[in-house]
Design a protein around this ligand. Structure first.
Ligand SMILES: [Zn+2]
Length: 397
């Protein structure tokens, strides 16, 4: 009795192997071709007309493809070993009488210049790199191409921006802009995982770029070693499709909100403090804006500065990755974005709470009667001076 633990040479000696040209001829004459590889392999390239049945399923599923046990079946895998085992199983366990294995698999087939099917739009390297994305029907090659085409701007390469940037880069977001005028400090490394010990004292945007370039050559990183203000924000954000707010201060959050509403750019906004995080997605005129949610900033005593306030490093990771997830959904056009919803995560209790947030009809920025404000007044809010006298940050990211 044949067993799958037999050495491959013994198995190959007792089955029929055929070469690629013979296989091609037989398939043209009506033989059934079964591709016994995993779906992620078949995504990269396959032989036209082959039925995909992963190795573990061959015995259970072959009858669905070839009910007649006398039917000619050719099995094919990557290099001809898995298909040899499968051919042996079909013959010995199910009594198939006319089974062959393609010697050398699709590798030999390709080497001989026989035709293969490759998805359009992605290079061979990209098909490999993003195969776990493209296997998802919701993403597919089309969704991956959207990610590669997308331009995403990260405000800050800190606690939230660091994990977010890592995963967005890994996901193949084609252009990542990073705005940060700070340098890497040793106290950042507990949560800002895109940086490392060697880069203490280097600009954060440069450190992030170095890490991203090493991770994924598909991503172009554009550095902005500057602080956003009303004189540069419109120009900087106008190039981007989605903005990721990991800002560490309220003036920047209001500024970003006002400018993003004006240019109708979606913003994925998160903040963290201690063991708690918040996230929402602001799509201008589809849902509320940041000012609808927070018409005025909290008093300075409720917005402790980063130095004084601790944060669990993991919290930055959790919230930053929820932001990356929102970005990918917005870009690929899948799922339900957090529009009009504020998600609050309590990490000590491991509770997620969701609050509904509505558009404020009287919002000075996105309300029905909002008037366009001069560019140099973007981001202004009541008590600006008083607030800035005691610089605070809900999210020392
Ligand atoms: Zn609003």
């Amino acid at each position: 009795m044949a067993t799958t633990t037999d050495p491959i040479e013994e198995i190959k000696a007792r089955i029929e192997e055929i070469d690629p040209a013979e296989a091609q001829r037989e398939v043209a004459d009506g033989a059934i071709l079964i591709d016994t590889r995993e779906p992620h392999e078949a995504q990269i390239s396959r032989i036209d007309g082959a039925e995909l049945i992963p190795p573990a399923d061959v015995v259970g599923k072959v009858e669905g493809v070839a009910p007649d046990r006398g039917q000619r079946i050719i099995l094919q895998c990557a290099t001809g070993n898995r298909s040899a085992r499968a051919a042996d199983e079909l013959a010995s366990e199910l009594g198939y009488e006319n089974v062959a294995s393609l010697a050398g698999g699709i590798a030999a087939w390709t080497e001989q210049g026989l035709p293969i099917v490759e998805p359009q739009g992605l290079t061979k390297d990209q098909r490999m790199r993003y195969s776990r994305h493209t296997l998802l029907p919701e993403v597919g090659v089309e969704g991956q191409l959207k990610l590669l085409d997308a331009k995403v701007l990260l405000l800050g390469a800190g606690g939230l921006g660091a994990p977010s940037a890592l995963y967005l880069a890994a996901a193949g977001i084609g252009t990542l802009g990073i705005v940060d005028d700070d340098v890497v400090d040793e106290s950042n490394l507990q949560r800002q995982v895109i940086h490392n010990t060697e880069r203490v004292g280097r600009p954060k945007s440069e450190s992030a770029k170095t890490t991203i370039n090493a991770l994924n050559p598909d991503v172009e990183v554009i550095e902005y070693q500057t602080r956003l203000d009303s004189s540069n924000i419109l120009e900087i954000i106008s190039d981007y499709d989605v903005l990721v707010d990991g800002a560490d201060n309220f003036p920047t959050r209001y500024l970003l909100n006002d400018a993003s509403v004006r240019l109708r750019k979606p913003v994925v906004s998160a903040s963290i403090l201690g063991f708690e995080g918040q996230i929402s997605t602001f799509v201008p005129y589809e849902g509320p804006c940041y000012r609808c949610l927070y018409p005025t900033p909290p008093p300075p005593e409720l917005a402790p500065s980063c130095g004084a306030a601790g944060v669990l490093g993991v919290m930055a990771g959790v919230m930053g990755l929820l932001q990356a997830n929102e970005v990918i959904k917005l870009v690929a056009g899948i799922g339900e974005p957090l529009v009009g919803r504020l998600l609050i995560y309590d990490s000590l209790g491991t509770h997620f709470t969701e609050l509904k947030v509505r558009r404020d009809p009287d919002c000075p920025i996105c309300g029905e009667h909002a008037e366009e404000i001069p560019a140099d007044e973007l981001g202004k809010f009541p008590d600006y001076d008083a607030f800035c006298a005691a610089p605070g940050a809900l999210s020392r990211a």
